[in-house]
Design a protein. Structure first.
Length: 128
C-alpha cells in the first residue's frame, strides 16, 4: 500500500511584531516572505527558505519560547540542513549571531543554534 506523502511542517510562532520578525528572517537568514496579511503593517506572515517554512503571527499574547518555559527544552524548531558548516558561514556573513556555535553535539548532531528577534531558538543541523 502506498502511503500518502507529507510535504513539510511549519512551526507557528507568536511574535511581538510581525514586521520585525519578517525582517530578521529575511535579512539574517535569507528567508523569503511568501505571504503577509494585510500588506501594510501585517499581523500574520509566512517566511520560507527551500523546504523550511515558518508562520509568524502577532496576537494579544507575548511570545513564549520553549527555553523560557523549560530550560532543558531549548529548541523551538529543528531545521534539518545537509551542510551546516556552509550555512553557518552564510549566516555569519549576514550578521546573524549564534547562541551556540557550530559544533558536534553530545547527542550526535552537527550544527548550531541561533535566537530570533522574539527569543525562539532554532537549531540548524544534521545527524553526524
Amino acid at each position: 500500500m502506498n502511503q500518502p506523502s507529507i510535504a513539510g511542517i511549519a512551526p507557528f510562532f507568536i511574535v511581538g511584531n510581525v514586521t520585525t520578525a519578517m525582517s530578521f528572517y529575511q535579512e539574517k537568514l535569507g528567508f523569503d516572505i511568501i505571504f503577509q496579511e494585510p500588506a501594510h503593517d501585517p499581523f500574520f506572515a509566512i517566511v520560507q527558505r527551500d523546504g523550511a517554512m515558518i508562520f509568524l503571527k502577532a496576537v494579544n499574547a507575548d511570545p513564549l519560547p520553549n527555553n523560557k518555559r523549560a530550560p532543558d527544552a531549548r529548541w523551538d524548531a529543528y531545521v534539518n540542513v545537509p551542510d551546516p558548516d556552509t550555512l553557518a558561514e552564510e549566516f555569519i556573513s549576514r550578521g546573524a549571531a549564534f547562541t551556540v556555535p557550530l559544533q558536534n553535539t553530545h547527542d550526535g548532531l552537527r550544527g548550531f543554534e541561533l535566537e530570533d528577534a522574539d527569543g525562539y531558538i532554532l537549531f540548524f543541523g544534521r545527524p553526524r
